[in-house]
Design a protein around this ligand. Structure first.
Ligand code: HEM
Length: 228
């Protein structure tokens, strides 16, 4: 087992965990976004509630969810541990003249902390309430069956301007975090080639900004156009 503890505590081992968990979390974001886009359908929440029910009752997805929670915790824990280790090794930090690093890359710890705070608040707001509903939780009947009305809960949340603002700010932090994180994961995995790296960097930027903008669009659209 000592090889395992050595791997997990070495910088390279930590970076490897960051890369693998980070890419897994990117896949989750795509699936989550596709599900959340159901909120934009003008069907009174039928598609979104069906999707939510499927995601919480399908055994394979339930198992993958545990991997997701572990990945979020592992990514945050080893990420912060790398940040503190780097701070100790280089207490003065980068100088502005170090032009090989970008603002995003120098602030991955700060951006990651904002993203983690967002995920904790976000899960308390929707996920926790959906899994532990009180007696006042609204119900909806779809195709003769009763479901918890997660759609109504999301719509109510995004009828508050400050909440929409908070989500838009969090999505900006996610965009910057992903912009550096995506290409950095490929570098850590050794996929670093003069021919492929420029394409990976462009793909990373497109992924980061398109995904985050689409997530940010949902609360803005609900606030402006959906009747609450
Ligand atoms: C407008 C944007 C978003 C909306 C409307 C939204 C909505 C929701 C809802 C309703 C749930 C509870 C239902 C469920 O457990 O599947 C949920 C769960 C969750 N959300 Fe979001 N979400 C958004 C953005 C994000 C982003 C950007 C992240 C990550 C950075 C995220 C991470 C999570 C996680 C980790 C869960 C728990 C998933 C699970 O248990 O499988 N969400 N979201």
């Amino acid at each position: 087992m000592s090889w395992l503890t050595t791997t997990f505590s070495s910088s390279l081992g930590k970076k490897l965990i960051m890369a693998l968990t980070g890419l897994f979390l990117c896949t989750f974001l795509v699936v989550h976004l596709i599900g959340n886009l159901q909120l934009l359908k003008a069907d009174g929440g039928a598609s979104f509630n069906l999707y939510a029910k499927f995601m919480t009752s399908n055994p394979l997805i339930k198992t993958t969810s545990y991997l997701l929670y572990l990945s979020i915790l592992g990514h945050a824990f080893w990420g912060l541990s790398l940040v503190f280790k780097n701070k100790k090794a280089r207490p003065v930090g980068y100088h502005a003249s170090n032009n090989s690093s970008t603002w995003n890359s120098r602030n991955m710890g700060l951006l990651g902390t904002i993203v983690l705070a967002f995920i904790i608040g976000h899960m308390a707001q929707f996920w926790w309430k959906y899994h532990n509903p009180g007696s006042s939780y609204p119900l909806v009947t779809i195709e003769g069956e009763q479901y918890y009305d997660l759609y109504i809960m999301v719509i109510h949340a995004f009828k508050e301007a400050w909440m929409v603002g908070l989500y838009v700010i969090a999505m900006a932090a996610i965009a910057f975090h992903l912009h550096h994180g995506f290409q950095s994961a490929f570098q850590t995995l050794g996929i670093n080639h003069a021919k492929y790296t420029p394409t990976i960097k462009v793909l990373g930027a497109v992924f980061a900004y398109v995904t985050s903008a689409a997530f940010a669009f949902i609360p803005v659209y609900i606030f402006l156009f959906v009747k609450g």
